[in-house]
Design a protein around this ligand. Structure first.
Ligand code: PGA
Length: 250
């Protein structure tokens, strides 16, 4: 059985006080299920979040990191720093990092390599732009994103990778891929992974869908065979909505 995962990407939202409030709200209403629940608060709130959730089943992830260990990289954070506060999961390759902060596949590949070398778990994000879907090149685009970052992984590395397919046209737009569109792509991704690694890896890897997932559309998406949960932006900022999405993954 593949692990179902619902991860909340809080992006640049929530002060320390608001972070504490949201974590408390999540903890008071959360009942343990088979789905792994992850939240990714802003950097400055990671330490406190980890402290609050230390003995909880809810895990904490970072939203990004640099590929170097230390040095003159103003404003950046290393894998070692994250691990020193107990964080062992990181989101890499998010479309906002690619589009707004101009991260290339090459940069993302270095970050993924570094995280995996540190035995951290990576939630690797990728997905096509609207024009690419319209011009029917979305399968090729996704294949190329996968290959440029994940082509030299060992079997052990693969055990620390979670995939998140996020069509860029669906992120924060209110427009979601239909369950059929998402399933079609997830199946394609799983097939690509089996070619790049092995059938065994492909059948056990969790592939999350992200892009305007809400309580109302989560059941339809998560009921599809190759969709193993979601990466949630906007709807992860409200405890009720996020926990309803977690329930939908059961
Ligand atoms: P959204 O964001 O749910 O607000 O569309 C998803 C994401 O960026 O991971």
């Amino acid at each position: 059985m593949r692990q179902k995962i619902v991860a909340g990407n809080w992006k640049m939202n929530k002060t320390l006080q608001e972070t504490e409030e949201l974590i408390n709200a999540l903890q008071s209403d959360y009942t343990t299920t088979n789905t792994e629940v992850i939240i990714a608060p802003a950097y400055v709130n990671l330490y406190r979040s980890q402290e609050l959730l230390n003995s909880s089943k809810i895990n904490v992830s970072a939203q990004n990191m640099h590929f170097e260990t230390t040095g003159a990289f103003t404003g950046e954070i290393s894998a070692e720093m994250l691990q020193s506060i107990g964080i062992d999961t990181v989101i890499l390759g998010h479309s906002e990092r690619r589009d707004v902060f101009l991260e290339t596949d090459e940069i993302i590949a270095k970050k993924v390599r570094k995280a995996l070398d540190q035995q951290m778990r990576v939630i690797f994000c990728f997905g096509e732009q609207l024009e690419e879907r319209k011009s029917n090149t979305h399968f090729e685009v996704v294949s190329s994103q996968l290959k440029s970052v994940l082509s030299d992984l060992s079997e052990t590395d693969w055990n620390n990778v979670v995939l998140a397919y996020e069509p860029v046209w669906a992120i924060g737009t209110g427009e979601t891929a239909s369950p059929e569109q998402a399933q079609e792509m997830h199946k394609h991704i799983r097939n690509e992974i089996s070619v790049m690694s092995s059938e065994a890896v492909a059948s056990q890897i969790s592939i999350l869908y992200g892009g305007s997932v809400k309580p109302a559309n989560a059941v339809g998406l998560f009921s599809k065979e190759d969709i193993d949960g979601g990466l949630i932006g906007g709807a992860s900022l409200k405890a009720d909505d996020f926990l309803a999405i977690v329930d939908a993954a059961e």
